[in-house]
Design a binder for this molecule. Structure first.
Ligand code: SAJ
Length: 434
C-alpha cells in the first residue's frame, strides 16, 4: 500500500513521537488532539511532555511543514488511533467480592467516531492504544462500519501495539520489533507497509486479537514478576535478611531473573493493562488480579517501614524524594510514590515532596516543593521513593549539610553501599531487616 498522508489521533506519549517520526520519514502528517492546550503548545513549537530528544524531533517535523496539528481528522491514506485507555476512577467490577478495575474506552470510541466522516475506501485504520482483547473487532470495527464500508474488505483495519519504554521512546519506536495484527491478512500487510516507513526492527504479522493479547501479556508478565519481587521483600523483612543480596545471589542461577522490589508499580501501562484481562475474564485470572493487588498494596508496606523507622507517623516531618512513577522520567501517572505520600499524610505525617523532573508538580493533597533544599531543610526523616540519578547520587556529606534529619528510608535500593553511619545517619532499607 502506498502511504503519503497519515492522520494520528491523540498526541500524547505515543501519538506525538509517532506522528513526528512519520513526519521526518517523508510522510505528510496531521496530528489531532481534542485538548486545545496541547494544540496551542505545539503550534508555539513547544511540547507538553518530557521525553529525551522529543522536542528536537517535533521541532524538525513542524519546521519542515510535514507535521501539522488540528482539532479534527481529515482525509488521509492511514489513520492511527493513539488515545489513552485508562481505567475508571470510581466504578469497579466485582468478582466473588473482589473488586477489579474497568477500562475506560471512551477516548478510543470517540477517536473512531471522529474518523467516520473522513473514512474512504482503501484507507488503513490502526489502533495502537492498549486495549482489552477483541477491542479491534468488537468495538472499533462496528463503529467504522457505520460509514457503510466493511472492515477488511473496503478498508483495512489493524491493531498494532506500541511497546516503547518511556525515557527511550524515540529509539525503541524505530528499533523494537513491531507486531501488526490485521482483521484480514491484507490489512496486516498494509500495516506492515505503513510501519516499514521507519521501523528497523522485525515487523511481524498476525491477527488483531493476537496482537492485542501480545501487548497485554508483555505488561502482565512484568507486573506478575514485580509482584513476586515485592512479596520477597516482605518475606525478607519477616525473616531478617537483605532481599537485595538474596535476589542478586538467586539471579546467578542461569534461569532466574528476579526483578526489583520497590514502593509499587506505577505508570499508565503495567499498573493498568493486567486489569484488562481480569475485566475480560475474571473467573480465569486469579494470578493476574492477585499480582495487581500485591503491587497496589506495596505503598502500605512502605508506610509500615517509615512508621518503624520513626516510631510513629503522626506529626512527623518527612521529606519525600521523588514523585514520578519510575526513575528519570517526569510522569506522575499512577505513581506509587504519590500514593505513599497520600498514605503518610492520611496518618498525620507532614510531608514535603520534591520531584526533580517536575519541580512545579501540583497534585491535590500533596505539598510539593521546588527544590531539594526546601524539602529536607526541617525534616526528621528523608524518604527516597524514586531511584532518580540525581537523588540516588546524593552523598552522605552533602545531605548531612542540608538536613537536620538523621533517619533515612530507602525504598528503591538507591542509597546502599554508602557510609551513611559515618555522617550520623541511620538508614532503613525496604526489604532489609538485619
Ligand atoms: N518496576 C519495579 N521493579 C522493577 C521494574 C519496574 O518496581 O524491577 C516498577 C517501576 O518503578 C514502575 C513500573 O514498575 O513503577 C513500570 O515500569 P517499567 O519500566 O517496567 O515499565 P513502563 O511502564 O515504563 O513501560 C512498560 C514497558 N513494558 C515492558 O517492559 C513489558 C514498555 O515496553 C511498554 O511499551 C510500556 O509499558 C507500555 O506503554 O505499555
Amino acid at each position: 500500500m502506498k502511504i503519503d498522508k497519515v492522520c494520528v489521533l491523540g498526541l500524547g506519549y505515543i501519538g506525538l513521537p509517532t506522528a513526528s517520526t512519520f513526519a521526518t520519514h517523508g510522510v505528510r502528517v496531521v496530528g489531532v488532539d481534542v485538548n486545545p492546550h496541547v494544540l496551542e503548545t505545539l503550534r508555539k513549537g513547544e511540547i507538553h511532555i518530557q521525553e529525551p530528544g522529543l522536542r528536537e524531533l517535533v521541532e524538525a517535523a513542524l519546521r519542515s511543514g510535514s507535521l501539522r496539528v488540528s482539532e479534527k481528522p481529515e482525509e488521509a491514506d492511514a489513520f492511527i488511533i493513539a488515545t489513552p485507555t485508562p481505567f475508571f476512577q470510581d466504578t469497579y467490577g466485582d468478582y466473588n467480592g473482589q473488586k477489579y478495575k474497568l477500562a475506560d474506552m471512551r477516548a478510543v470510541t470517540s477517536a473512531a467516531e471522529a474518523i467516520l466522516p473522513v473514512l474512504r475506501k482503501g484507507n488503513l485504520v490502526v489502533l495502537e492504544s492498549t486495549s482489552p482483547p477483541r477491542t479491534t473487532v468488537d468495538l472499533v470495527a462496528p463503529i467504522l462500519e457505520r460509514s457503510g464500508l466493511k472492515a477488511g474488505a473496503d478498508f483495512l483495519l489493524v491493531y498494532s501495539p506500541e511497546r516503547v519504554l518511556p525515557g527511550q521512546i524515540l529509539r525503541e519506536l524505530v528499533e523494537n520489533a513491531r507486531v501488526i495484527g490485521g482483521v484480514t491478512p491484507e490489512s496486516a500487510a498494509a500495516g506492515r507497509d505503513l510501519y516499514a516507513l521507519f521501523v528497523k526492527g522485525q515487523i511481524l504479522q498476525t491477527d488483531a486479537t493476537t496482537a492485542e493479547m501480545v501487548k497485554l501479556m508483555e505488561n502482565t508478565y512484568r507486573d506478575v514478576n514485580i509482584a513476586i519481587a515485592n512479596e520477597f521483600s516482605r518475606l525478607a523483612d519477616r525473616f531478617g535478611i537483605d532481599v537485595w543480596e538474596a535476589i542478586q545471589l538467586a539471579n546467578l542461577h542461569p534461569r532466574v531473573k528476579i526483578l526489583n522490589p520497590g514502593p509499587g508499580v506505577g505508570g499508565h501501562c503495567i499498573s493498568v493493562d493486567p486489569w484488562f484481562f481480569v475485566e475480560a475474564a475474571p473467573e480465569i485470572t486469579p494470578l493476574i488480579s492477585t499480582a495487581r493487588r500485591v503491587n497496589d498494596a506495596q505503598p502500605q508496606f512502605v508506610l509500615d517501614l517509615v512508621r518503624k523507622a520513626l516510631g510513629g507517623l503522626s506529626g512527623k516531618r518527612i521529606a519525600a524524594l521523588g514523585l514520578a512513577y519510575k526513575p528519570d522520567v517526569d510522569d506522575l501517572r499512577e505513581s506509587p510514590a504519590v500514593e505513599t505520600v497520600h498514605l503518610l499524610q492520611k496518618e498525620g505525617a507532614m510531608v514535603r515532596a520534591f520531584e526533580p523532573f517536575k519541580p512545579d508538580a501540583d497534585l491535590p493533597g500533596v505539598t510539593a516543593v521546588p527544590d531539594l533544599e526546601t524539602a529536607v531543610k526541617n525534616a526528621e526523616a528523608v524518604l527516597l521513593l524514586v531511584n532518580h540519578t540525581e537523588t540516588r547520587s546524593l552523598t552522605p556529606g552533602r545531605l548531612a549539610k542540608l538536613t537536620p534529619a538523621r533517619v533515612l528510608i530507602d525504598t528503591v535500593n538507591g542509597w546502599a553501599g554508602k557510609d551513611w553511619a559515618k555522617a550520623g545517619f541511620k538508614l532503613f532499607r525496604l526489604g532489609v531487616n538485619r
